[in-house]
Design a protein around this ligand. Structure first.
Ligand SMILES: [Zn+2]
Length: 166
Protein backbone atom coordinates (compact mmCIF):
# COMPACT_ATOMS: atom_id res chain seq x y z
CA UNK A 1 0.00 0.00 0.00
CA UNK A 2 1.22 3.51 -0.81
CA UNK A 3 2.08 5.80 2.08
CA UNK A 4 -0.88 8.18 1.77
CA UNK A 5 0.05 11.73 0.74
CA UNK A 6 3.74 10.68 0.70
CA UNK A 7 3.98 8.36 -2.30
CA UNK A 8 2.46 9.06 -5.71
CA UNK A 9 2.32 7.58 -9.19
CA UNK A 10 4.02 9.48 -12.01
CA UNK A 11 1.56 10.46 -14.76
CA UNK A 12 4.24 9.81 -17.37
CA UNK A 13 6.15 6.64 -16.47
CA UNK A 14 3.58 5.23 -13.99
CA UNK A 15 6.41 4.41 -11.57
CA UNK A 16 6.36 5.35 -7.90
CA UNK A 17 7.38 8.81 -6.74
CA UNK A 18 8.86 7.97 -3.33
CA UNK A 19 8.22 11.30 -1.64
CA UNK A 20 6.91 14.77 -2.49
CA UNK A 21 10.52 15.96 -2.70
CA UNK A 22 11.09 13.60 -5.66
CA UNK A 23 8.08 14.84 -7.62
CA UNK A 24 6.94 17.91 -9.52
CA UNK A 25 3.57 19.27 -10.57
CA UNK A 26 3.67 20.74 -14.08
CA UNK A 27 0.96 22.60 -15.97
CA UNK A 28 0.37 25.15 -18.72
CA UNK A 29 -0.57 28.70 -17.78
CA UNK A 30 -0.18 31.69 -20.08
CA UNK A 31 -0.35 35.14 -18.45
CA UNK A 32 -3.98 36.02 -17.81
CA UNK A 33 -5.17 32.62 -19.04
CA UNK A 34 -6.52 29.77 -16.95
CA UNK A 35 -4.18 26.93 -15.97
CA UNK A 36 -4.64 23.48 -17.46
CA UNK A 37 -2.98 20.14 -18.22
CA UNK A 38 -1.75 19.45 -14.69
CA UNK A 39 0.56 16.43 -14.28
CA UNK A 40 2.25 14.88 -11.28
CA UNK A 41 5.63 13.67 -12.53
CA UNK A 42 9.10 12.70 -11.35
CA UNK A 43 11.55 15.50 -10.74
CA UNK A 44 14.35 15.08 -13.29
CA UNK A 45 17.01 13.79 -10.84
CA UNK A 46 14.61 11.01 -9.78
CA UNK A 47 13.14 10.16 -13.18
CA UNK A 48 13.68 6.57 -14.34
CA UNK A 49 13.74 8.05 -17.87
CA UNK A 50 16.96 9.95 -17.22
CA UNK A 51 20.15 7.98 -17.74
CA UNK A 52 22.44 8.96 -14.84
CA UNK A 53 25.44 8.00 -16.98
CA UNK A 54 24.79 10.75 -19.52
CA UNK A 55 26.57 13.86 -18.23
CA UNK A 56 24.72 17.17 -18.13
CA UNK A 57 27.38 18.56 -20.49
CA UNK A 58 26.00 16.18 -23.14
CA UNK A 59 22.34 16.62 -22.24
CA UNK A 60 21.98 19.84 -20.24
CA UNK A 61 18.18 19.75 -19.91
CA UNK A 62 16.93 16.18 -19.89
CA UNK A 63 13.19 15.86 -20.36
CA UNK A 64 12.78 13.04 -17.86
CA UNK A 65 9.09 12.54 -17.14
CA UNK A 66 8.01 16.07 -18.03
CA UNK A 67 5.23 16.19 -20.61
CA UNK A 68 5.32 19.96 -21.13
CA UNK A 69 9.10 20.15 -21.47
CA UNK A 70 9.20 22.14 -24.71
CA UNK A 71 5.82 23.84 -24.51
CA UNK A 72 5.50 27.57 -23.97
CA UNK A 73 3.82 28.89 -20.81
CA UNK A 74 4.74 25.80 -18.84
CA UNK A 75 4.93 26.06 -15.06
CA UNK A 76 6.27 23.59 -12.58
CA UNK A 77 6.81 23.53 -8.85
CA UNK A 78 7.89 20.83 -6.44
CA UNK A 79 5.16 18.39 -5.47
CA UNK A 80 5.77 19.29 -1.80
CA UNK A 81 4.19 22.67 -2.57
CA UNK A 82 0.92 20.84 -3.28
CA UNK A 83 0.90 18.55 -0.23
CA UNK A 84 0.16 19.38 3.40
CA UNK A 85 -0.88 22.80 4.61
CA UNK A 86 1.41 24.51 2.13
CA UNK A 87 -0.39 22.58 -0.58
CA UNK A 88 -3.78 23.77 0.60
CA UNK A 89 -2.59 27.36 0.25
CA UNK A 90 -1.33 26.61 -3.27
CA UNK A 91 -4.52 24.84 -4.35
CA UNK A 92 -6.84 27.45 -2.84
CA UNK A 93 -5.02 30.26 -4.63
CA UNK A 94 -6.21 28.74 -7.92
CA UNK A 95 -9.79 29.05 -6.64
CA UNK A 96 -9.46 32.55 -5.19
CA UNK A 97 -6.26 34.52 -4.54
CA UNK A 98 -8.19 36.40 -1.86
CA UNK A 99 -9.55 39.93 -1.43
CA UNK A 100 -6.15 41.47 -0.63
CA UNK A 101 -4.83 40.86 -4.16
CA UNK A 102 -8.20 40.78 -5.94
CA UNK A 103 -10.81 43.00 -4.25
CA UNK A 104 -13.31 41.90 -6.89
CA UNK A 105 -13.48 38.14 -7.31
CA UNK A 106 -12.76 37.22 -10.89
CA UNK A 107 -13.40 33.47 -10.81
CA UNK A 108 -11.12 30.46 -10.67
CA UNK A 109 -7.78 30.42 -12.47
CA UNK A 110 -7.97 26.90 -13.88
CA UNK A 111 -9.71 25.84 -17.06
CA UNK A 112 -11.36 22.59 -16.07
CA UNK A 113 -12.88 22.08 -12.64
CA UNK A 114 -12.96 18.32 -13.01
CA UNK A 115 -9.25 18.16 -13.84
CA UNK A 116 -8.34 20.52 -11.00
CA UNK A 117 -10.46 18.65 -8.45
CA UNK A 118 -8.79 15.39 -9.46
CA UNK A 119 -5.38 16.96 -8.75
CA UNK A 120 -6.71 18.39 -5.46
CA UNK A 121 -7.94 14.96 -4.34
CA UNK A 122 -4.70 13.25 -5.33
CA UNK A 123 -2.49 15.54 -3.25
CA UNK A 124 -4.78 16.20 -0.27
CA UNK A 125 -7.14 13.27 0.22
CA UNK A 126 -5.59 10.28 2.04
CA UNK A 127 -5.70 7.01 0.03
CA UNK A 128 -7.21 8.62 -3.08
CA UNK A 129 -3.97 8.43 -5.11
CA UNK A 130 -4.05 4.65 -4.85
CA UNK A 131 -7.82 4.13 -4.77
CA UNK A 132 -8.28 5.97 -8.08
CA UNK A 133 -6.34 3.21 -9.82
CA UNK A 134 -9.00 0.72 -8.75
CA UNK A 135 -11.96 3.03 -9.34
CA UNK A 136 -13.34 1.36 -12.45
CA UNK A 137 -13.03 -2.11 -10.95
CA UNK A 138 -14.82 -1.03 -7.76
CA UNK A 139 -17.51 0.68 -9.84
CA UNK A 140 -18.07 -2.41 -12.02
CA UNK A 141 -18.18 -4.52 -8.88
CA UNK A 142 -20.99 -2.35 -7.48
CA UNK A 143 -18.91 -1.16 -4.52
CA UNK A 144 -20.26 2.39 -4.82
CA UNK A 145 -23.87 1.39 -5.55
CA UNK A 146 -26.37 3.43 -3.59
CA UNK A 147 -23.72 5.53 -1.83
CA UNK A 148 -23.81 9.31 -1.81
CA UNK A 149 -21.24 11.65 -3.33
CA UNK A 150 -19.50 12.31 -0.02
CA UNK A 151 -19.23 8.71 1.13
CA UNK A 152 -17.19 7.46 -1.80
CA UNK A 153 -14.37 9.95 -1.06
CA UNK A 154 -14.14 9.39 2.68
CA UNK A 155 -10.59 8.27 3.52
CA UNK A 156 -11.75 5.09 5.29
CA UNK A 157 -13.81 4.15 2.23
CA UNK A 158 -10.86 4.89 -0.08
CA UNK A 159 -8.64 2.74 2.12
CA UNK A 160 -11.18 -0.04 1.84
CA UNK A 161 -11.15 0.26 -1.97
CA UNK A 162 -7.37 -0.14 -1.94
CA UNK A 163 -7.50 -3.17 0.34
CA UNK A 164 -10.30 -4.85 -1.56
CA UNK A 165 -9.13 -4.33 -5.13
CA UNK A 166 -5.33 -4.40 -4.96
ZN1 LIG B 1 8.13 9.27 -13.99
Amino acid sequence: MLKPLEEFYCDTCDQLINSPSEGMVEWIEATGEPAHSFNIVHHVPHSPRVDPNVPRSVEPRPQGCYQHHDKSHRSDVGLSNFTGEKGLVMLLHFIDIGPYHAPNYDGVSFENGREFTELFRRVQLPYYEEARRHWDKAKRDGFFDGSNEMWIYQPDVLKDVVKRYT
